[in-house]
Design a protein. Structure first.
Length: 430
């Protein structure tokens, strides 16, 4: 019986598989999953830098630049997929831990409120207003605890604030913050109204629920809720219309509230969060000073929130775009003669939008495909120290496959988000 010899690359792949299995077996243990992930990432980075330095190539492909490049790309793609599988395991374990952390924040805020109410009651005395406030906070914290338990495997409360791309949604978070304030205030006033003993006090509490007192607050709540629904609709329509590229993240991060999909700070998102946070703080201050009525928001602040929401909505509508192929030229190395494009030659595809925001991970870079007519070519990963020279957002280098017939051929790029670019016509000669 014939047995194939096991080479160093097979050993590397076997160690990667073992790392995935170890992480999967320890998925209830965050430390075990993260340790396996760290080992796999370290192996991938070491392999990438080794190949970038021209080392580690087998003798069978070292003589051919094209064959060695393809072999390196296949090895890095396999390792990147292993790391991506470990990323998902680690992300799942972190989401389960995030449920407990969100509950700790909720009940920590409740404890802080109890301490503050107790401290301020010294000398002033305990009042029914303080009792109603604590009861309302307890009910809200209990409801949030139930919601977090129902989504305990998806990050607890983060599941409600997470969009379809697995990132924290800025619009949902802002709308949820205002909704919590309004619901807590209404519960507070309801407890006060239930404990009111005199008709004059009940009338005063009822007047505090009118439009004269809370009109601005209700307008802001309606506005941010409409923005949350509208943004979801805009994103869904633009993704379906191939005008926006969306790549799923591994897990939600707090930075998603202030950044775009690539992790860079976004002005539209940041100003929307900051403006609403400032106005929300003023609303809570107004509730603390006048706890027997809805917080009064001046119409100037309502207009400020509306302007911020308009800027945020415009930013969401303007972001993104389809990949665009502007030109395809023959790649020329030092010493090569100029000439037409032939099968087997490397070509540079120049354009924009080839790497969507958030798709710069190696496993997603390996999903880039170039179509030469009916022939599909995966864009090779070309490592350099600290990263990859190919693919890039504006330039892709790929060989023209030998299966392409001479003549005019359409060239089209398919990104990791599954969006196809325009077609560019080239002439392939014998």
């Amino acid at each position: 019986m014939h047995h194939r010899a096991v080479g160093p690359c097979d050993a590397e792949r076997w160690r990667s598989v073992v790392a995935v299995q170890e992480a999967g077996q320890c998925d209830t243990c965050a430390h075990g999953a993260r340790e396996g992930h760290r080992r796999a990432v370290a192996e991938f980075l070491a392999k990438r830098d080794e190949f970038a330095a021209g080392e580690g190539l087998p003798a069978g492909v070292a003589h051919s630049p094209g064959a060695s490049r393809q072999w390196v790309s296949d090895e890095l793609t396999q390792s990147a997929r292993t790391v991506a599988g470990l990323d998902r395991v680690v992300a799942a374990s972190r989401l389960r831990g995030a449920c407990l952390r969100t509950l700790a924040v909720v009940w920590g805020c409740f404890t802080a409120l109890v301490v503050a109410q107790t401290a301020t009651a010294i000398g002033a005395g305990w009042t029914a207003t303080r009792t109603a406030g604590l009861l309302a906070a307890f009910v809200v914290a209990g409801a949030l605890t139930g919601a977090a338990y129902g989504h305990r495997n998806r990050g607890g409360l983060l599941a409600v604030l997470t969009g379809e791309d697995h990132r924290l949604s800025t619009s949902r978070t802002v709308a949820a913050a205002w909704l919590l304030v309004v619901c807590g205030t209404l519960l507070h006033l309801a407890f006060l109204l239930a404990g009111a003993s005199s008709g004059a006090r009940r009338d005063r509490l009822t007047d505090g629920l009118g439009l004269a007192a809370g009109g601005g607050l209700l307008c802001v709540l309606a506005l941010v809720s409409a923005i949350a629904v509208g943004v979801r609709r805009i994103v869904a329509v633009r993704v379906a219309g191939l005008r926006l590229q969306k790549v799923r993240a591994d897990r939600p991060h707090v930075a998603d509230l202030f950044c775009d999909d690539s992790g860079r700070a976004a002005f539209a998102d940041a100003q929307y969060v900051l403006v609403n946070a400032a106005v929300l703080a003023l609303a809570l201050t107004g509730l603390a000073r006048a706890p027997e009525r809805l917080p009064h928001l001046p119409w100037g602040l309502v207009l400020l929130v509306a302007l911020s929401a308009g800027t945020y909505l415009a930013g969401k509508y303007a972001e993104g775009g389809r990949p665009v192929v502007m030109s395809v030229v023959r790649a020329r190395e030092a010493g090569d003669l100029d000439g037409p494009i032939r099968t087997g030659d490397d070509v540079e595809i120049r354009g924009t939008g080839f790497v969507p925001p958030g798709a710069d991970r190696p496993d997603l870079l390996a999903r880039l495909v170039v179509r030469f007519g009916a022939v599909h070519v995966h864009v090779p990963l070309i490592p350099v120290p600290g990263g990859f020279a190919n693919p890039a957002d504006t330039v892709l280098t790929v060989p023209v496959p030998v299966e392409v017939e001479p003549g005019q051929v359409d060239v089209q790029v398919v990104t990791a988000a599954g969006v196809s670019s325009n077609r560019c016509l080239i002439e392939v000669t014998d």
